[in-house]
Design a protein around this ligand. Structure first.
Ligand code: DOR
Ligand code: ZN
Length: 347
């Protein structure tokens, strides 16, 4: 088992991130742009990003909020709704700025109320996406209240994703933030063109962490953290060297007050220490040598991006994580707040 002191890798890409909007966006976007060369930016604003024109406006706001001279490239996504139409998919692809279209089953998660209620009625939209090679990015959880919240991903695979892949054999699909062993097996065995993102928090923690010594609202995210056997399957997938599994933080900041509420929001804000967290997970698995492809190559290959141009360096060593960080007019509590990460960002 190797335990290098220094870790060098091509600048990584984050294939799934929430940058929000308005004043908070400047902080979230700067944190992501400090580590990643490119990111796939989720469209679940209020109102959601539904058209290519809205995505291009949002992209301009993100770029405008970054310090001048930044090389960060945001790749945009459209929010699929029951009213989405095929022509918009063709415009999205032609923009060369939209990486994919996000499917939120209505009610599955934060700002998903405008999401999809009748997936089968969207077959013409999905066919257009397959035709122009615009990937579908899936929040893979059923919303059926009769299904236990810990089983909603597994139920989605059989009820929705399997049939969808069969109906659209050429559609490229990313099962976002896969959290279960069954999800890993599904993606491993799926036809070509099916991939998954893995978050750092799901690689590092199981559901016990949410209740350790009390209720831990900052570890509440969707899909929920799962069993330790699921976590082990996610780690095995991440370090497997399979190009189907790549880095997507799902960093999802919420103002502190929105987390610490009677009905708190889902999301972990990992962006400020994202690569350090992945390095911890890969190091614990004795597989640091697998991190560069997972973090810097496989997403680019999936999305057809050029190889990363520059390099980043981490050094082994405990680094404190602040208790809070600025977030627009408010504050956000980052993942590991008040603790430390095992790697230092050198740049
Ligand atoms: O934990 C989550 N937070 N999961 C999601 O699917 C959405 C995200 C958010 O936007 O806050
Ligand atoms: Zn997300």
């Amino acid at each position: 088992m190797n335990a290098p002191h220094t870790l060098r890798l091509p600048r990584p890409d984050d294939a799934h991130v929430h940058l929000r909007d308005g004043a908070a966006m400047a902080h979230a976007a700067a944190a992501t742009a400090a580590q990643f060369g490119r990111a796939v930016v989720m469209p679940n604003l209020r109102p959601p990003i539904r058209t290519t024109a809205e995505a291009l406006d949002y992209r301009a706001r993100i770029v405008g909020a970054l310090p001048p001279g930044h090389a960060f490239e945001p790749w945009m996504t459209l929010y699929l709704t029951d009213d989405s139409d095929p022509a918009e998919m063709i415009r999205a692809k032609a923009s060369a700025c939209v990486a994919g279209v996000k499917l939120y089953p209505a009610g599955a998660t934060t700002h998903s109320d405008a999401g999809v209620r009748g997936l089968r009625a969207l077959d013409d939209v999905l066919a257009a996406m397959a035709e122009v090679e615009l990937p579908l990015l899936v929040h893979g959880e059923v919303v059926d209240p009769d299904v236990d919240v810990f089983d909603r991903e597994v139920a989605f695979l059989g009820r929705e994703l399997g049939p969808l892949l069969a109906r659209h054999p050429r559609l490229r699909v990313v099962l976002e933030h896969v959290t279960s062993e069954a999800g890993v097996r599904f993606v491993e065995q799926a036809r070509p063109g099916v991939a998954a993102t893995l978050t750092a928090h799901h690689l590092l923690l199981d559901r016990n962490a949410m209740f350790q010594g009390g209720l831990r609202p900052h570890l509440y995210c969707l899909p929920l953290l799962k069993r330790s056997s699921d976590r082990r399957a996610l780690v095995a997938a991440a370090v497997s060297g399979s190009p189907r599994f790549f880095l997507g933080t799902d960093s999802a900041p919420h103002a502190e007050g929105a987390k610490l509420a009677a009905c708190g929001c889902a999301g972990c804000y990992t962006a400020p220490v994202a690569l350090q967290l992945y390095a911890e997970a890969f190091d614990a698995a004795g597989a640091l040598d697998r991190l560069p492809d997972f973090a810097s190559r496989f997403a680019a290959e999936f999305y057809g991006w050029l190889p990363s141009r520059d390099e980043v360096v981490l050094e082994r060593g405990a680094t404190p994580v602040p208790e809070q960080l600025p977030f627009g007019d408010s504050l956000v509590v980052p993942f590991r707040a008040g603790g430390e990460v095992g790697w230092r960002w050198i740049g």
